[in-house]
Design a protein. Structure first.
Length: 90
């Protein structure tokens, strides 16, 4: 779409527009899944990987669910390590 002043873009086009829905939060969703898996199984691998992905989603991709993913992955990391220590001492 052009303005009356020539072929200058008006900013209303679809180029560079933020994608809505789950497409724009792919890293955050994967990070949350890894955080939950890390709570149950190998927290150092899965939850830490989820935490790294969530930080990338927040800092680089500016995803809306990145903060939630950071919290879920951090809880998965700490909770998984605590559960592992409890089961290891039995």
């Amino acid at each position: 779409m052009a303005t009356q002043y020539g072929d200058q873009p008006t900013g209303q086009g679809h180029h560079g527009a933020q994608r809505g829905g789950a497409e724009g939060n792919v890293f955050s969703i994967i990070a949350m899944v890894l955080g939950v898996i890390g709570l149950i199984f190998l927290p150092i691998v899965f939850a830490l990987g989820g935490l790294v992905m969530a930080i990338i989603a927040k800092a680089v991709r500016h995803e809306r669910l990145a903060t939630v993913a950071i919290v879920v992955s951090a809880v998965g990391l700490v909770g998984g390590m605590v559960l592992g220590a409890i089961f290891a001492s039995m």
